[in-house]
Design a protein around this ligand. Structure first.
Ligand code: IMP
Ligand code: MG
Length: 202
């Protein structure tokens, strides 16, 4: 089925908010480093692929810190499913995070399963501090499957399925510069041209 999109948060608003978040997180981390670990303590930003790719790329350029950037691949929405299918980490997860200041970055906090899993796996390594950053936080009036909170969220949104700025449906729409609500539409807009690939990742 073809799909249409309706812009929810346009690129200018995203850019302004991402810059603001970067400044806020940077000053919080700087304050943390003055207190614990000293200015040389390692700060590691962990980008949850694939959805947080675009957000991370923009965010880190507003974080003038000594910062290591790592990635972890989490999958939860195989193919065209738009409800959570259970979460798994694919491939390697960094194992050297003990004593470091870790910032987990994801695109969206929805059921909480992805960030719940990541948070547990990383907290077990006893980092000096652990923060969760998301671009979007869904309201989830009925509650989340896992009780995870984001320390920083760009925007609070309703429980609609959204795409763009890194977020996908069936692997597509990540390259849309705005965040948009996906609506089934027979007359629909063409999908951005990208080759078919197996199962959506993150
Ligand atoms: P959670 O585990 O249900 O919190 O979902 C987290 C992951 O599911 C996100 O990192 C996204 O990859 C994906 N996801 C959740 N809601 C949406 C959405 O509205 N659009 C696209 N992807 C979503
Ligand atoms: Mg994701």
């Amino acid at each position: 089925m073809a799909h249409a999109v309706r812009t929810l948060i346009d690129r200018e608003r995203i850019a302004r908010r991402v810059a603001e978040l970067g400044r806020e997180i940077t000053s919080d981390i700087e304050r943390e480093l003055e207190g614990r670990g000293g200015p040389d303590a390692e700060v590691v930003l962990l980008c949850a692929l694939t959805g947080a790719l675009v957000f991370t790329a923009d965010l880190i350029r507003h974080m003038p810190l000594k910062l290591a950037v790592r990635t972890v691949t989490v999958s939860s929405y195989p193919g065209t499913a738009i409800t959570s299918q259970g979460v798994n980490i694919r491939g390697e997860i960094p194992t050297d995070l003990a004593g470091k200041h870790v910032l987990i970055v994801d695109d969206i906090l929805d059921s909480g399963r992805t960030l719940g899993l990541l948070r547990r796996v990383i907290a077990a390594q006893q980092p000096a501090s652990l923060r969760v950053i998301v671009l979007l936080r869904k309201t989830k009036a009925a509650g989340r499957d896992e009780d995870v909170t984001a320390d920083y969220a760009g925007f609070d949104i309703a429980d609609d399925f959204v795409v763009g700025y890194g977020l996908d449906f069936d692997g597509y729409f990540r390259n849309l510069p705005d965040v948009a609500v996906l609506t089934p539409d027979g007359s629909g807009a063409p999908r951005p041209g990208a080759p078919e690939r197996p199962g959506a990742v993150g």
